[in-house]
Write a protein that binds this ligand. Structure first.
Ligand code: ZN
Ligand code: ZN
Length: 88
């Protein structure tokens, strides 16, 4: 995944490039686990969340599926009282 454009990569001879921007990587990026920071949680109809980066969120159609994506990490950083373990 291109961190900006999502599923736009093409690989050849062990190198990877984005079809949209000039980014290139000197390895087969698509065969590696995504190295980008997780910034989104995609929630499906069953409420199951999948943590993804910007590129994967774009590839998943975030811009056309407003309402199914929640930006959770920022919220978590602000502190969620229900996330604390109970203290005796
Ligand atoms: Zn790109
Ligand atoms: Zn990703």
């Amino acid at each position: 995944m291109c961190p900006e454009h999502g599923n736009t990569l093409i690989s050849s001879a062990g190198r990877t490039g984005c079809r949209v921007c000039p980014r290139t990587w000197e390895h087969d990026r698509q065969s590696l686990p995504c190295p980008e920071p997780v910034r989104w949680v995609l929630v499906d109809q069953d409420g199951v969340g999948q943590r993804v980066c910007d590129g994967h969120a774009v590839a998943a159609g975030v811009k056309v599926s407003v309402g199914v994506v929640h930006k959770t990490l920022a919220a978590a950083a602000e502190g969620n009282p229900t996330d604390q373990s109970p203290t005796p």
